[in-house]
Design a protein around this ligand. Sequence first.
Ligand code: FAD
Ligand code: EPU
Length: 338
Amino acid sequence: MEIISNFSLKSLNTFGIESHAKFFAKVNTVNQIIELIESDSFKKNNHFILGGGSNLLLTKNVDALVIKNELKGIEKINEDADFVWVTCAAGVVWHEFVMWCIDRNYGGIENLALIPGCTGASPMQNIGAYGVEIKDTFFELEAVELATGQLKTFTKPDCEFGYRESVFKRQLKNQFIITSVTFRLTKVPTFQIEYGAIKQELDNMQVSNLSLKSIAQAIITIRSSKLPNPKEIGNAGSFFKNPEVDEATYLRLKNEFPNLVAYALENKNYKLAAGWLIEQAGLKGYRVGDAGVHQLQSLVLVNYGTATGNQMFDLSTHVLETVKQKYGIDLEREVNII
Ligand code: FAD
Ligand code: EPU
């Protein structure tokens, strides 16, 4: 396995930001991971796991051995009358896994079509979109502990999934390299089309027989219409989370801003649409040099070309401060900052 020093990460992060890794290695098998863990380069340096680089903001050079996870393979490992259990290696591109399942009529992740990145990163923030999160179909994952080289299995409760959260983003940050994820998918799909503009898009498509494929196609169309394609404009999707507030805070804001966009949660709290807060604070399309708030989706910060990680970070701080000043709400960054 080749370990390269002073390696440019510009093409490996969807913000397209220049940053160099002190060392860089690709791993294709669990054995290579273990071999790497036993190497001097590993023992003498910090380490950082890289997937598709679509949820990262690099604000400096990475003073670490960057390990790019390229483990491949998808396998049906079990089934009963209603479900199939499918294991996907961590380096498989998430959207390719979604389409693999759709081709076999395995249901449950079709609403998550077109989310960038690798399957191994999907549990990191319990990726979600259009009313579905991976925790809904997650069964278990395997990961190598970097300190010991041991392969461990994590069940759903072990992962402590929340909204854009898991134990791997918190207590176990940088301690495990996820090698595969197993999902329990349905043989007879339950279509989830209540969220957002899905029904409308299916109507536009004049779909007569609903299928996993038509739902995924509707979602691909909706996403492509509002989210910038990282191949054209650098971005990492939503830069901030949608904040959860208690009922009193919601009522205070609703009184002051009657058009506030918010969703009632089961625990009686409310989730506020951060994109609305940012837009109504006058920041939609706001731009400093090449760092900007996207013109169609204010929750997405974009690099128009040559912005540095620090310029993107400063823009995010400006957004946080502006929202705090106008609404008294603290936004939280979703993107992993290095
Ligand atoms: P990376 O960015 O490479 O890494 C993210 C984090 O995970 C890092 O901390 C990294 O160290 C860690 N990590 C990566 N792989 C492993 C591994 N194998 N083991 C251990 N740690 C690992 N997210 C959503 O939830 N919903 C969306 O709708 C959505 N839409 C997006 C749209 C666009 C246009 C973009 C650019 C991003 C979007 N995202 C969305 C964010 C992003 O796609 C997801 O967070 C994705 O799961 C990141 O995967 P990645 O492989 O690129 O991870
Ligand atoms: N809105 C505005 N102005 C904006 C953006 C949004 O008013 O500039 C309003 C919209 O009109 C809508 C509401 O906010 O009423 C919600 O917008 P949208 O449906 O676009 O979703 P979002 O809340 O902005 C979330 C996720 C996305 C996910 C979509 C679809 C978070 C942080 N973001 O965005 O995930 O794809 O819902 O489910 O939860 C990501 O995590 O990177 C990501 C893209």
